[in-house]
Write a protein that binds this ligand. Sequence first.
Ligand SMILES: [Fe+2]
Length: 549
Amino acid sequence: MTNQRPTIELRAVESSAVRESIDRAKHAERDGHWAEACAIYESLVRDPEANSNTRLAALRWLGRAYLEQGNRGAALDVLEAAVASADILGSPSAVAQALNVIGIVYQVSGDLDQAAAIYEAARAKAELAGDGARIAMIDQNLGTVAMIRGDLRGALEAFRLSHLGYQTLGMRNHEAQILNNIALAYMELGELADAETAYNLAAEAFEEEGDHARQLDLAVNKVQLYIAGRRFDEALAQCDKLLAVAGDEPAPWRGEVLRHMGVIARERGDFGQASEKLRKAEEHALGSGDLLLRADVAEQLAEVYWAQKRHREMLQSLNEAHSLYSQMKAQHRVAQVEKRNGALEARFLQMAKHWGDSIESKDRYTQGHCERVAFFACVLADSAGFNSRSLFWFRIGALLHDIGKIIVPTEVLNKPGKLTDDEWAIMKRHPEAGLELVADIDFPGDIIAIIRNHHERWDGTGYPDGLKGEEIPFAARILCVADVYDALTTTRSYRPGLTHARAAEIMRSSTGQFDPELLETFLEWAETADIPGRPTPQRQAIFASSGTD
Ligand SMILES: [Fe+2]
């Protein structure tokens, strides 16, 4: 996404004081001092010395600067004023410019339909003005919207139009930037040879233009291409070259290169090296305040832990990535985040399930227990009105509710007969042991409550805290119903799985164990629900006659 600014033309007709203000503001922008840039643009907008075109441009720049500060409402206000002023000045090209920035505001806040509609309107104005450069820029933005939507072919088409426009105008540098976007789209499509061709053409153009900074950015992107093609030697050579350059000049991409090196090491099975490089990348991201890179590094670290079966650390890293994405959302950087977060949440659930499974695998009678409990518990939580966000965390908690069983010896877990007092004491420690495992992961409250309190009883005789009635966290009360129902309806070491009717009878007669309202809601649902693998009376008869041990 580019935003070409006609600074040079404006400077030529402005007084030196106005020119100096513009320079100061641009400087502040480059250094990330957005508040300072805003203050200068605000005074420029009202400066009687400045001509109308400058004041109009200042409105647009101000909109951009407000957006960078996360102030979407203020950005839209001044940009709408810019559209109105451009209209009064009778300049369709300036209207197109202002509309384009409004499109960017909607795009970064994730309202892609609105963004695309506004870009189209901007494009029509730019066509009216015969402003080829603006048309090419808007096509580029339309391509970016298509890319975020996952419409990669649509993105390529828009980028190609943009490329053609810049090519016709001889705008080599812009052409190269678009080629970089084209390469990224091909990368996402997995068409690596086409991506490489586009990168090479872009590199040539940047070289001709002497744009060293962008050449280096491109070289960083190319590392990703090599990694995707499993060309690790080339990827690593490129990283080394880049780090050598980074020693001599400011290199905001240094963290990204280190992240790539971490990924290469992980793919080669060198987990020690992978962690080290990723930790260094994290330091850079922390130093530069780059949340996206931090999230990315945390996700990659989670994959390193995953490969090593270090479940606790893996979930810790995933949780960190997730909370970073939430911070970015709060800053209205939604478009960047939405897609990535979706993928992250899927991975999160997969990993939580894997950790849960690894505990279950110690207990030959509880295979699939965590997943079924999570399913039952989510049905109940959903009917209790949990929103999708709370449900996500609730599901994670349900999958992990018994992780503390790691401390219980396999022979105790699988013991067919009654447990001794000592064995029972160990068994009863599993909620607290689970809590210790996740103590340093900053999980939301529901997860902690589920792990700690899923064996509390409504009458206060449960463990570990002996909580009573509504003192027991709601999420834990739900889990308790789901947990016991699944335990009763699946085969255990001491008996076959029970039918729904029998399980419901036992649960209803177990007065004092469950939240009565939740129990009834659940049993009502479970009576008619189509639950895969549930014992029917016939199936139970077969179990009974064949005998189980
Ligand atoms: Fe448990």
